[in-house]
Design a protein around this ligand. Structure first.
Ligand SMILES: [Zn+2]
Length: 484
């Protein structure tokens, strides 16, 4: 009997080693045509946790209802008693400050508390939440798992951190992908804030490992919303307020018309003027109590600041004195240098055979709390920066009948976006009506994304596939059609 068991064991061992060799032989990176894909996600605002990875892991952004109610009553009673708005503003600041406590930063741009993001170090197919993803990055990674199995990876990070710190982690992830798949080059899809993180990776580590990079609704050129926030350019405009109110209600009978009537009688103007008065009076208080401690050290936001807003941001957040916080300022300067070198880097990459695509959307109004909110955008970010600095008419307007594009091929059929001024017009897709990032599983857009990441042709200019021309239209279901 002992002998028999021994024989069986020997057979099992022999068989399993043959099976292992066979399984390994099945994947040969030399002949495998699947290029590994890394999806660098965007900012997951609610995706930070205190004591992440431990059994005490708790969502970092907490709204304690009891504390809020106490603050609200304190504020309102104080205001009524003193006939002044100050106590209400103080209460609002207290509420916001409490909600954001766990995501506050140290003055040098590191996390004040033990707060971080969930990481996904293994191939994406090992995580149920990714295998069953539906919208945006989750939908995209699910599509990639279906296309290339264990060659798909997903990168999540603490969105508050210095992009150069995040770049170190992107590099670790890419080196792990290379080791695990055996391929020496990978494709990157970077979404939204992932754009600026990927730019930091390319700046710091080069493009030796990169076969292709697709900037999806990304911040590779920063973003106006955080630029205006740090530059103190806060404004509730009557037009931007109306745009978002109308866009959100136009399909509801009567309500859309009501918005038009309210606009006609000046209701949005009234709100705007009142809000401006409040903003002007309290902007410094709000900065000292909330903006500086919560966002002043958020280096990812500093990486959004536009060259023309740099001085204003130093004035507003650093009170015009960078030497008051030299450690932070040095990191900010490195990020701005990164942007100053970006165009040269991208062109060098193209010359050396790296394939690039830029995908940007427009025709959805932006959040009406900053000066740049009158720009055209996708509801979250501005088309101007996402497209790599195309010339874009303000939301709801066109560039005009008299407008002459340097290259007529680069002007959108509705005369709203002119790619002639963009960094990489030849490689840029502009999609009217698509939401921020998009890529929902099972949609046309998802098919477009699958093609972007798995197409294996030599030429990768926008429109090389007739199914996906440079200018496209998207409906609410992310169905894509040619726009011509
Ligand atoms: Zn392979």
């Amino acid at each position: 009997m002992k002998r028999f068991i021994g024989l069986i064991l020997a057979l099992v061992i022999a068989f399993s080693s043959v099976a292992t060799v066979f399984a390994q032989a099945q994947h040969n990176p030399e002949t495998c045509t699947d290029v590994p894909v890394l999806i660098v996600r965007g900012m997951d605002f609610g995706g930070l946790y205190t004591e992440v990875g431990t059994e005490n892991q708790t969502p970092a952004i907490q709204a304690d209802a009891k504390k809020i109610v106490v603050s609200v009553f304190k504020g309102l009673f104080g205001s009524a008693f003193k006939l002044s708005l100050d106590p209400t503003i103080d209460a609002a600041i207290e509420i916001v400050s409490n909600i954001f406590e766990n995501i506050k930063m140290n003055p040098d741009g590191t996390s004040l508390h033990n707060t971080g993001a969930i990481e996904y170090p293994l191939a994406a197919q090992n995580y149920d939440v990714l295998v069953n993803g539906v919208d945006s990055e989750y939908g995209m990674v699910r599509a990639m798992i279906e296309e290339i199995g264990d060659h798909a990876y997903y990168f999540n990070y603490d969105w508050r951190l210095d992009p150069f710190v995040v770049a170190d982690k992107i590099n670790e992830t890419i080196e792990r992908m290379v080791a695990e798949t055996g391929h020496d080059k990978i494709n990157i899809a970077c979404c939204s804030m992932g754009g600026v993180m990927t730019l930091a990776y390319l700046t710091e580590y080069g493009y030796e490992r990169v076969n292709r990079v697709c900037f999806m609704s990304s911040t590779f050129c920063g973003g106006q919303v955080a630029s205006d926030l740090l530059a103190g350019q806060l404004e509730i405009g009557d037009d931007t307020l109306y745009n978002i109110a109308y866009d959100g209600t136009k399909d509801i009978p009567f309500v859309g018309t009501l918005m038009k009537v309210l606009k006609f009688v000046g209701a949005f103007k009234l709100v705007s003027v009142l809000a401006d008065k409040i903003t002007d009076k309290y902007v410094d208080t709000v900065n000292d109590a909330v903006l500086y401690p919560v966002f002043g050290g958020t280096l990812s936001f500093w990486a959004f600041v536009q060259p023309e807003d740099r001085e204003a941001a130093i004035d507003f957040i650093l009170k015009g004195d960078p030497e008051s916080n030299p450690e932070l300022y040095e990191k900010i300067q490195a990020l701005w240098d990164m942007h100053d070198n970006r165009n040269a880097l991208l062109n060098e990459m193209l010359e050396n055979g790296v394939q690039i695509a830029v995908v940007a959307h427009y025709d959805t109004p932006l959040i009406p709390v900053y000066e740049g909110a009158s720009m055209n955008g996708d509801g979250v970010l501005e088309t101007y920066e996402m497209s790599g600095y195309a010339t874009v008419a303000p939301y709801g307007e066109t560039l005009g009948d008299d407008y002459v594009a340097e290259n007529p091929e680069y002007l959108s059929p509705d005369r709203v976006v002119d790619l002639s001024t963009a960094i990489l017009p030849e490689y840029t897709y502009i999609i009217k009506g698509a939401p921020h990032v998009a890529g929902s599983y099972g949609t046309d857009y998802s098919d477009f994304f699958r093609w972007l990441m798995t197409y294996d042709g030599e030429d990768f200019y926008a429109g090389v596939n007739p199914d996906y021309p440079r200018f496209m239209l998207s409906d609410d279901a992310q169905t894509l059609t040619a726009f011509n």
